[in-house]
Design a protein around this ligand. Structure first.
Ligand code: FAD
Length: 637
């Protein structure tokens, strides 16, 4: 029977049994506390709506999960989940979080409910969150050079350089070429948003600003990327670290060149750093977590640092990953793109490039399609693909272009990451300080990077791989939690982007035993730092794991055998899928970023960066794009 209640039921048909089971699960996963409103019918209804908006098939899959969990309770208790009292339901949640079969549907169902519930304005507000309200946006002149492709009068354009994408690679190479006097046209699949759109809502942010991919492998992992003017740089944490020198030296060895030696790259790094005013945020803006890390590391004799960021004047009051509320963080949307447009470049947004135009074996332009299906063609003497390490190989693979080496889409590294939190003795108030402002780099050379990762209130519940009372415990204490992102350098760059399947990228990636060992070790090290800083309770993000209490808890954790599926992995740093090299048989582009196979076609983005690099990649991509602009200018000039 279809339910006749608010919005979602008018769009999705939900059977009563699914509704009962679904609601019971929502209420058990988020039972509420003095501080946290419990999940209720509105959480359930909004979850259905959000999933339906994403894809109706997601609702179907979700309901399969709900039915499976409801029925599984019969095997344990003789009754379906929805018929149990709260106490029995909580017991089952605890048990299922580590059950080899049931932990997956439980994690998926929990994730949806947590994502939706904590983003409900009344829940976010109750926890302490504040949406950003912007009035009176200024109108700089460069804005007149940005047009929605659908509304642009011409559908055939001529320029000198066509750049596909406006992120770390595209905006930088485009601006550097515009500065040299080239007529540059950017095509960007996403739309142009300004700080009035960066209001802090999590679901809206994901819907409007993000694109996603999900790896298939021994532990599936989402890969987050931007889809908007400014690319991922418009929604990133602002961490701006140089490529470590040992990585640059490795590239030189692998490629057989000195073109990327630390000395040769130095001026490119400096140029980007100076343009983006990269510097650490002041200590009071980073927040008390800086003292917490410093205290722990000093006690252990470890190196720690305030993170260089491209965010001069940041007040630390917003969650960077949903767009900067104050325009302080200089993503390419506020730096390189305005500079290029001021030099006369043009940018069409809402223009997804589907085809590289090739005539007599040479790239001569691109064809893009708009959301209404309009086709726009832009011709130029150079075509630069800068769509990012997942979209760029997809575009080439779809067309069977530039792939005589068979390397397009291969060699993907993702910089696997997960989270960690510790209960600090003093308040951290992470939601009102820089999310990613401090870290320790003592183990960078061993492939371990630990950065603060302070969530806003609407993300706080989502990040923890827990449900029920254990989830309430951590969210209740969120203002006292010191939260971290832990990233490990991939043991092997063995992932692969295959092709689009029904509009979603097919990507494979298997975590190596060394990745798992390294992450486990990194969590132990972070725990040692937290204990040394005075924390007593530790929360490694290991699915269904007990809280670690003091040194004794850590000792037991150290001895555990963990597998790839025990962690909640995410990736924000895909790299390497259009490998650079001197040999056309083993690489896609040469040292000038030119495709070996197709004259006039260049790739300048994360896909030409040989991963893993072990640090956040935007400065690496921007510095290599600065270098690429000089090489390309020489070729086409
Ligand atoms: C949430 C998040 C946080 C991050 N935090 C940091 C950080 O703190 N520090 C750091 O160094 N790195 C960070 N990163 C990573 C960093 O932002 C990326 O590595 C970098 O921006 C990638 O640059 P790119 O040019 O390869 O692609 P992107 O910056 O992603 O730009 C690609 C652009 O091309 C567009 N595009 C793709 N295909 C097409 C097409 N066919 N037609 C038209 N347009 C297309 C996309 O919509 C996108 O706008 C973060 C990433 C994310 C997602």
């Amino acid at each position: 029977m279809a339910l006749a209640s608010p919005a979602p039921q008018s769009r999705t048909s939900v059977r009563t049994s699914e509704y009962r089971a679904g609601l019971a699960l929502a209420e058990a996963i988020i039972p509420g506390s003095k501080r946290i409103p419990a999940a209720d019918e509105a959480t359930y209804a909004r979850s259905m709506e959000v999933m339906h908006d994403f894809h109706p098939a997601v609702v179907t899959a979700f309901n399969v999960g709900v039915r499976a969990l409801d029925a599984a309770a019969v095997a344990f208790t003789g009754k379906p989940f929805h018929a149990l009292d709260a106490h029995r339901q909580e017991e089952l949640l605890l048990r299922w979080q580590t059950d080899p079969v049931l932990k997956t549907p439980l994690a998926a169902v929990s994730l949806i409910y947590k994502f939706v519930h904590f983003d409900r304005p009344e829940v976010y507000g109750t926890l302490g969150g504040k949406l950003n309200v912007v009035k009176n946006l200024e109108q700089p002149r460069w804005l007149s050079q940005v047009h929605r492709a659908d509304a642009y009068p011409d559908d055939e354009l001529e320029c000198e350089v066509v750049v596909v994408g406006t992120g770390a690679g595209g905006a930088v190479v485009g601006r550097e070429l515009a500065e040299r006097g080239f007529a540059v046209a950017f095509l960007e699949e996403g739309e142009h948003y300004r700080r009035d759109a960066f209001d802090g809502r999590a679901i809206e942010a994901h819907k409007r600003f993000y694109r996603g991919a999900f790896t298939v492998g021994n532990s599936p992992m989402p890969i987050f990327m931007g889809r908007l003017f400014g690319g991922s740089t418009a929604i990133n944490g602002g961490t701006s670290l140089r490529t470590p020198p040992w990585v640059l030296e490795r590239w030189c060895d692998e490629i057989g060149t000195d073109a990327f030696s630390p000395d040769t790259m130095e001026p490119y790094f400096r140029r980007v750093e100076s343009f983006l005013q990269i510097a650490p945020s002041p200590r009071d803006v980073i927040g008390p977590i800086a003292d917490f890390v410093a205290r722990g590391c000093d006690a252990l004799g470890w190196s720690h640092h305030a993170i260089p960021r491209n965010a001069p004047g940041c007040d630390g009051k917003g969650f960077c990953d949903f767009g900067c509320r104050t325009d302080a963080r200089l993503g390419t949307n506020l730096s390189y793109m305005p500079a290029a447009l001021t030099k006369g470049a043009l940018c069409l947004t809402g223009a997804r490039v589907d085809q590289v135009l090739v005539e007599h074996g040479r790239a001569v332009g691109v064809e893009a399609v708009t959301p209404t299906g309009r086709k726009v063609r832009v011709r130029g003497k150079a075509v630069i693909l800068s769509g990012g390490a997942v979209p760029t190989p997809l575009l080439l693979l779809r067309q069977g272009l530039a792939n005589s080496s068979g390397q397009v889409g291969r060699n993907l590294s993702v910089h696997p990451s997960t989270g960690y939190a510790a209960l600090a003795p003093e308040p951290m108030m992470g939601a009102s300080h820089v999310p990613q402002g401090y870290g320790f780099d003592q183990f960078l050379r061993d492939g371990i990077q630990v950065l603060t990762a302070q969530p806003d209130y609407n993300v706080s519940g989502v990040i923890f791989p827990f449900a029920g009372q254990r989830l309430m415990e951590v969210v209740d204490r969120i203002d006292h939690l010191a939260s971290f992102g832990i990233l490990v350098s991939d043991a092997k760059a063995s992932g692969r982007v295959w092709r689009d399947v029904g509009g979603l990228p097919a990507v494979t990636y298997n975590l190596d035993a060394d990745d798992v060992r390294r992450m486990h070790h990194a969590m132990v090290l972070t725990s040692e730092m937290a204990l040394a800083a005075g924390a007593r309770h530790l929360y490694p993000f290991v699915v269904g794991h007990e809280r670690l209490d003091g040194a004794k808890g850590l000792d037991a954790f150290r001895k555990e055998k963990l597998g790839p599926a025990d962690f909640v992995w995410t990736s924000y740093h895909p790299l390497g899928t259009c490998r650079m090299g001197g040999d056309p048989k083993t690489s896609v582009v040469d040292l000038d970023h030119a495709c070996h196979d197709v004259p006039g076609l260049f790739v300048v983005d994360g896909s030409t960066v040989r991963g893993p690099i072990g640090v956040n990649p935007q400065l690496t991509i921007m510095a290599t794009a600065t270098r690429a602009a000089g090489r390309i200018a020489e070729r086409i000039g």
